[in-house]
Design a protein around this ligand. Sequence first.
Ligand code: ADP
Ligand code: ASP
Ligand code: MG
Length: 431
Amino acid sequence: MALIVQKYGGTSVGSPERIEHVAEKVLAARRAGHQVVVVVSAMSGETDRLLELARRIDPDPDPRELDVLLATGEQVTIALLSMALQRRGCPARSYTGAQVRILTDSAHTKARIRAIDEARVRRDLARGTVVVVAGFQGVDEEGHITTLGRGGSDTTAVALAAALGADECQIYTDVDGVYTTDPRIEPRARRLERITFEEMLEMASLGSKVLQIRAVEFAGKYNVPLRVLSTFQEGPGTLITYEDEEAPMEQPVISGIAFNRDEAMLKVVGVPDQPGVAARILGPVGEANIEVDMIIQNVAEDATADLTFTVHRRDFRSALGILERVARELGAREVKGDDRIVKVSLVGVGMRSHAGIAGTMFRALAREGINIRMISTSEIKISVVVDEKYLELAVRALHEAFGLDRPPEEARAQGSPEARKAAEPPRNALR
Ligand code: ADP
Ligand code: ASP
Ligand code: MG
């Protein structure tokens, strides 16, 4: 007998019929002899609907009240699923985050889980009851309802699995696993049998919304076996694993392509090139709680510098306002902004031991006439910023260039010349 935490996302519980289907899946796991804790999201579209309602009252609503509102979405589905289970003769009980006592900090709308009191859940499980928990929500020390940020039900599931020492945490969704890239953008994307925590973390932080980044962090930290599967079709899904140290050569060079549409770029042109200038520009941006992602500074012949950086698109207007003020103070020539850009990233632990990846990437984009506006690299990823209109083209061109539509062995052995080149041993070149 195993203890399994299953999480069903919005689409999976999007109608009464789908909730019945989820009940059948839970029953099947129980019939197989497992103890089951189920975490559910709000019905698809519900969280967006609630957000829109709030915005019609106040464009910038109080975060505490917003959490009270948003948490109602998941409360609906826990009750409906418990009813569906009970109708099938299966003892089931629903709990909100506060009832379990999923204790979080007080950062409304983006709270972090601090502790979970799992005693009640264990008692129910011991009695043979299926425990149905509302995802995405918790409660702070003061008893205020909090939510965990968009996609937060994944994190609830993994955190519960960690607290209970579950044998597996299964994330059921509308795709049958983690793909080489979002299958909605590239229909030739391939399901990965496995992906490392490290790669999944990069994919999530670079924009792949299939798992919330904190869920992956939690699973890696607490050693929770994590699997992404389809609610609608049987299959092994994708297992998130530790890097296989035994067989590093089995690792594909590139595991996947992530992209992020929520990006905007700002540029201060012609600032005097002096110590402290970057701090004077970026300081006020940080003070306004605006997170800066990529940063580039280049110095021109005339001893002035240009500073370019990216922020979340929602912060574009306020960042622009701040820069215009700072630019005047610094005597900069000009401030420019563009909120029609996207970031496209290649992710793979195999990059560590392979050169030539960046070259292959840049050539593939150049062949399509796609101009690269910014570049940033780290040990296991390369990101480029390109115009928004090129997103699909860039993702598909890179998918092809790295042979991602074929199994890694095949891509290496008989793949495109580009893929073969990418698999060559390291040289003394830029990656
Ligand atoms: P849920 O509501 O079940 O939590 P999400 O919409 O949050 O589902 O996540 C699933 C979606 O993630 C898929 O429908 C897919 O479009 C998107 N996605 C983005 N990148 C990937 C990827 N690399 N692999 C699989 N799905 C991806
Ligand atoms: N309902 C929340 C959202 O739409 C949480 C989740 O689905 O994971 O973001
Ligand atoms: Mg999700």
